[in-house]
Design a protein around this ligand. Structure first.
Ligand SMILES: [Zn+2]
Length: 296
């Protein structure tokens, strides 16, 4: 992975540390046939550890309601915010932040007591493919060689609820006319490939970040595809494969996407003018209109 450290990074150690934020949470299940009852303690502990992993990187705290839906209609897993929060206007129309991120940024829960985050799991995937960690915080035991690391999956899915989502299609990244997400606003298409152009993500990667063709809201493309971004194979948000036996964690690039999409990080990072304007716009907003998420 190409990581280009900012020239000012060495100075950051001299700055006072921000207070540690935390993401508190509740977990409820929609599992009417009790297909994952035996796994609930592990799912709970992994979601908690995943919330801790993200929370430790954030400036602000929040209390997030998480709903785990067990469904055989999807093959593996998915995660998303149940709603979005209106944060302003942009070239395509109204601009919407993922509901979880909106709540973290504003302190306003955009949908009250309803679930903020939905994590969907195929029960067979849980039972036969995921590898649950005895210590999902430490993450030191060898991952089962023939299994997918469950912590990687839960961190990834919660990341979708924070930032990696929108209404843009998988071909050119364009959302429908009139609205888009804080991710969608930064997606470009040069005729054959999509790129993420958030200023902080580009600063970390050193260039516009290739988006997975056919799987928007993810980074990179497989070497076999011949498309750009094969160097992102080990990123938590690579959009083609979680290899068995391998752990994935939150990268500097993933953190930069949070910053670009309106989530303030605990660590101090250079703030581009565009981001400063965006946060100023966010601070002035009080309404929390509902919009259902429609993209995968
Ligand atoms: Zn994903």
């Amino acid at each position: 992975m190409k990581i280009h450290l900012h020239a000012g990074a060495a100075l950051l150690a001299l700055l006072p540390l921000a207070a540690q934020a935390s993401l508190s949470y509740t977990i409820s299940y929609v599992d009417p046939f009790n297909l994952v009852s035996a796994y609930r303690p592990q799912i709970d502990s992994h979601i908690g550890a995943a919330m801790g992993a993200w929370g430790s990187r954030l400036k602000n705290s929040a209390s997030i309601e998480i709903e785990v839906r067990i469904a055989s209609t999807l093959a593996y897993a998915s995660g998303f915010s149940a709603t979005s929060g209106y944060v302003g206007e942009y070239a395509n129309g109204s601009l919407w932040q993922q509901g979880m991120a909106y709540e973290i940024a504003t302190g306003v829960d955009p949908n009250g007591d309803d679930a903020d985050v939905v994590i969907m799991l195929n029960p067979g995937y849980v039972a036969h493919q995921l590898w649950f960690d005895l210590d999902p915080v430490a993450r030191t035991a060898p991952v089962g060689a023939d299994r997918t690391d469950a912590m990687s999956v839960f961190i990834h899915e919660i990341g979708h609820a924070l930032a990696f989502n929108g209404w843009g299609n998988g071909i050119n990244g364009a959302p429908p006319a009139g609205y888009g997400s804080t991710w969608d606003q930064f997606v470009s298409y040069e005729g054959s490939n999509m790129y993420f152009n958030g200023p902080q993500a580009m600063s970390v990667y050193g260039a516009p970040v290739p988006i997975t063709q056919g799987n928007n809201f993810h980074f990179g493309n497989s070497p076999a595809s011949g498309r750009p971004g094969s160097d992102l194979a080990n990123d938590l948000f690579n959009g083609w494969m979680f290899y068995n036996g391998q752990r994935y964690g939150i990268s500097a690039l993933d953190e930069a996407v949070l910053a670009d999409t309106g989530t303030e990080l605990a660590k101090q990072v250079p703030e581009p003018a565009g981001a400063a304007l965006f946060m100023a716009a966010l601070a002035g907003l009080f309404c929390a209109r509902r919009r259902r998420r429609t993209a995968a």
